[in-house]
Design a protein around this ligand. Structure first.
Ligand code: HEM
Ligand SMILES: [Ca+2]
Ligand SMILES: [Ca+2]
Length: 304
């Protein structure tokens, strides 16, 4: 059972310590923001929010982070957690008292606020998981080609509603994507259409010029072409204009079941922010480990 102020007795200043470490990392690179948010999502959807995604492969164990769906997780997300953990452990009384899973939850809350998103109280009390395998990632993360039924099914499996799913998808209001993740939409889309007809024409042309057919696989482009560094509801305005980058983004506007929600949040930022806070709080409760199912790691990237 998670609760706010979980560390009030064991490490009362933990939220300030994490916020300062995250601020410092943010000053160095904006990538800290999207990298940390996505890391939290990929952690929670595989074995729950237990920092299993942070474990490094070792010996014969191929860890989650080396699954193909996790190879594009930016290193700055992992680094943010490692840096915040070091800052916590520098206080003798806090040393090894705070789980890596909770540090990631706090850092995610902090980067969202730093980039203009909603501020919220974060629930804490997760333990770190005891296993992390690449095989366990299979089928647990959404693909950019997913339709609404597929998105809803995967989120429902984690206790999240369609409304939560739409709100959380707005995390694509910041951050980057590699060209290969949406190339199918701009080249040889189908027999009838070379380009995905739900894509805005000018935007499609822009994407083709940033992502030529033969492109350096390291090239990444902004997912929100209009406010890439602000955590805002422009994500939904983009969908209304045919500027959703992935099929899984644009489908939220093209499918009549999700379109009304997109339209409401495109015009009502406070309503979106409220729904996002609800969604990310529920995301943070997925598969939480307690008791003998977990522990507090001394090193977030390795089991004790
Ligand atoms: C709804 C289904 C979702 C799909 C299909 C999806 C898919 C993707 C893909 C393919 C990328 C680009 C990765 C790359 O090429 O580097 C991406 C990036 C990202 N996703 Fe999602 N995602 C989904 C939901 C979410 C959710 C729920 C969150 C967080 C609450 C999230 C946060 C992010 C962020 C912040 C990035 C940018 C990462 C960076 O710039 O390093 N996504 N997502
Ligand atoms: Ca996990
Ligand atoms: Ca934005």
């Amino acid at each position: 059972q998670l609760r706010q102020n979980f560390y009030a007795n064991s490490c009362p200043n933990v939220e300030n310590i994490v916020r300062n470490a995250v601020n410092k990392k943010f000053q160095q690179t904006f990538v800290t923001v999207p990298a940390t948010i996505r890391l939290f999502f990929h952690d929670c959807f595989v074995q729950g929010c237990d920092a299993s995604v942070i474990i490094s492969s070792s010996g014969t164990n191929r860890a989650e982070k080396d699954h193909p769906d996790n190879l594009s997780l930016a290193g700055d997300g992992f680094d943010t957690v490692i840096k915040a953990k070091a800052a916590i452990d520098a206080i003798p009384s806090c040393r090894n008292k705070v789980s890596c899973a909770d540090i990631l939850a706090m850092a995610t809350r902090d980067v969202i606020a730093l980039s203009g998103g909603p501020s919220y109280a974060v629930e804490l009390g997760r333990l770190d998981g005891l296993s992390s395998t690449a095989a366990s990632v299979n089928g647990k993360l959404p693909q950019p080609t997913f339709n609404l039924n597929q998105l809803n099914a995967l989120f429902a499996a984690n206790g999240l509603t369609q409304t939560d799913m739409i709100a959380l998808s707005a995390a694509h209001t910041v951050g980057f994507s590699h060209c290969g993740k949406f190339a199918n939409r701009i080249y040889n889309f189908s027999r009838q259409n070379l380009v995905d007809p739900t894509l805005n024409k000018a935007y499609a042309t822009q994407l083709q010029s940033m992502c030529p057919r033969i492109v350096d696989p390291r090239i990444a482009i902004n997912m929100d072409p209009n406010t890439p560094r602000t955590f805002d509801n422009v994500y939904f305005k983009n969908l209304q204009q045919g500027q959703g980058l992935f099929t899984s983004d644009q489908v939220l506007f093209t499918d009549p079941r999700s379109k009304p929600t997109v339209n409401v949040w495109a015009n009502n930022s406070p309503a979106f922010q409220k729904a996002f806070v609800t969604g990310i709080t529920k995301l943070g409760r997925v598969g939480v480990k307690t008791g003998s199912n977990g522990n507090i790691r001394a090193n977030c990237a390795a089991f004790n």
